[in-house]
Design a protein around this ligand. Structure first.
Ligand code: ZN
Length: 284
C-alpha cells in the first residue's frame, strides 16, 4: 500500500516502548496533582516530582515507564499504521455521510505486551482487538511478525491494513447497533448457536474491511489483495485450531473458516457496498 508522505490520523496513541508498572493507568486526578506540583515547585521539577510520584503510586495508580527506544523500523511502522487509520476515517466518513449519518472516529492505541482498557486488562497474546466501551482499537504491532512466522501469512503491509480495517469494521458495527443486537440475542442462545452469531459478526467485519479496500483502491499495490487474503487465511478458525491443537471443531468456531473469511473480504472488495454484507442471513 502506498502510504509514504500521506496524512496521518490524529486519533493514534502510541505507547510502544513504555510499559505499565501496575495495572491501573494514570487517571486525570493524578495528572492534575502533577500539574499542581509543577506549579508549586517551579523550576526544579525533575528532582522534586519523582519521589512524590512514588508516594502517590502506593495507591491505585501507576506510572508509565520508558523501557526501550523504538527502532527506526518501528517508527516507520507507526507512521504507516497512522496513515492507514486516517484512510479508514476518510472512507467511513464518506459512507456514513451517504447514509445521512455521522461517523464517530474511533481511537487507535499501540502498545507493547499489555494494556489497560475499559474492557479490562489485556495481554498482547490476545491479538489486536476493539473495545466498544472506549471505542478504541488496541494493537501490539509485533503480532504481525507472529502472524507471518507462526501462522504463515505472507509478509506485507497490507496484512496490517486488513487487520486494522477488520477492527474498524467492529467499530462500524458498534455505531450501527449490530454489536448490541448480537450480544442481546446471544444471551438467549446455546453456546453453539451463540458462536454462529459471532461468526456472522466477524465475517461482516471482514466484509467491511473489503469494502474499505475497494474505496482506497488508488493506493493499492499489485500484491496487496493477495496479502490480505493470505492474512485472512491465516486467522481462519480452522487454520488456527489445526495449528494449535491439531484438530478442528466447527461448533467452537467464532470467527469463521479461512475460506469464509477470504470470501467475505473479497465480496466486500468487489461490491464496495456496505448494504450487501448481511452475513447473518448467510450463517442461518
Ligand atoms: Zn473480529
Amino acid at each position: 500500500m502506498k502510504w509514504k508522505n500521506r496524512t496521518e490520523s490524529k486519533n493514534v496513541q502510541d505507547n510502544r516502548g513504555k510499559s505499565m508498572a501496575g495495572k491501573t493507568a494514570i487517571g486525570g486526578g493524578l495528572l492534575g496533582i502533577i500539574a499542581m506540583l509543577l506549579v508549586v515547585f517551579g523550576g526544579e521539577t525533575g528532582q522534586q516530582i519523582a519521589p512524590v510520584l512514588e508516594q502517590l503510586n502506593q495507591g491505585n495508580t501507576t506510572e508509565q515507564v520508558e523501557t526501550r527506544t523504538l527502532s527506526s523500523e518501528e517508527v516507520e511502522m507507526g507512521k504507516m499504521v497512522s496513515v492507514m487509520f486516517k484512510d479508514t476515517e476518510d472512507v467511513w466518513h464518506a459512507i456514513f455521510d451517504q447514509m445521512g449519518q455521522i461517523y464517530q472516529e474511533p481511537k487507535l492505541h499501540l502498545f507493547d505486551d499489555q494494556v489497560q482498557t475499559k474492557c479490562g486488562h489485556a495481554q498482547a497474546s490476545v491479538g489486536p482487538f476493539y473495545c466498544p466501551a472506549d471505542q478504541t482499537i488496541y494493537m501490539d504491532l509485533r503480532f504481525f511478525e507472529e502472524l507471518h512466522q507462526r501462522f504463515g501469512a505472507e509478509k506485507g503491509n497490507f496484512a496490517i491494513a486488513y487487520v486494522l480495517a477488520h477492527e474498524v469494521g467492529h467499530h462500524v458495527q458498534n455505531l450501527m447497533g449490530t454489536n448490541a443486537k448480537v450480544w442481546e440475542q446471544q444471551q438467549l442462545l446455546s453456546k453453539k448457536e451463540a458462536n454462529k452469531l459471532s461468526v456472522a459478526q466477524e465475517l461482516q467485519a471482514d466484509y467491511y474491511a473489503g469494502v474499505w479496500a475497494k474505496h482506497i483502491q488508488k493506493y493499492l499495490e499489485p500484491k496487496d489483495i493477495d496479502i490480505a487474503l493470505s492474512a485472512a487465511q491465516a486467522v481462519g478458525d480452522d487454520a488456527i485450531q489445526k495449528r494449535v491443537t491439531g484438530q478442528v471443531n466447527p461448533d467452537s468456531f467464532t470467527h469463521g473458516t479461512s475460506k469464509q473469511r477470504k470470501e467475505w473480504f473479497m465480496k466486500g472488495y468487489q461490491t464496495g457496498n456496505i448494504n450487501q454484507g448481511n452475513t447473518f442471513d448467510f450463517i442461518k
